[in-house]
Design a protein around this ligand. Sequence first.
Ligand SMILES: [Zn+2]
Length: 242
Amino acid sequence: MPMNDPIDYERLSDDHRRLAKSVYETLKQFLDALDDEKKIAAQYEDALDALDDEERRFAERIFALDPKTLGFNGEFCGRERPEELVAVPSVTLPLGEGTYETDTQFVPKPAYEGFKKMAAAMKEEIGSTIYVDSAYRGPGRQAYLFFYELVEHCDYSLRENARWIAMPGYSQHGDPVRTAIDVVNERGISGEGPGQKPEDFEREPEYRWLLENARRFNFELSYPRDNKDGVAFEPWHWRWAG
Ligand SMILES: [Zn+2]
């Protein structure tokens, strides 16, 4: 039974490759059938339900691995469905000579209520504010992305794949309660936009205000310079502390 063979993390066996490819294709079909907005928030259970028995058992075996054994050190954040997701309408912001759309984003309700209060207070205190650039990303979509990268870009090496992409449940953007929000200011600066560096947002008044005030609204900077997780400095990434 290839299903129960030990998994080679460096290079999947031929049988396991066949299963990985099959999981990837089924999850792709599952996501393709969703509209653009639902794609971003796709749930873990819904994605697994789309698989046949053999695919599902294989996917569950992979996702049950401790990513530390694959060289990924992030903490587990959860895969459950958020209680209530709020759709945040797209905002048009300047970008170089042109403009940039944040697209519709989703945030669990309590985190979004906190964010709105924080953004309003910032506007009042310094005359400018921030928007949601990216927030909740469903672990169902993360499951698809994991297999997509594994098959298309990592030549079926789980260890190589873990360097590039978090397993479903291990991204702060998929946390159903303590969700991370990537922010962008009115001038289209976040530090992660095209051609931007983290320092570009670090210099902005909105970032300095966040450093002093975000805590009042239960938001924390997850990845300051030289953080213990060894993640690169991400001045745009703020996590709702619940
Ligand atoms: Zn982020």
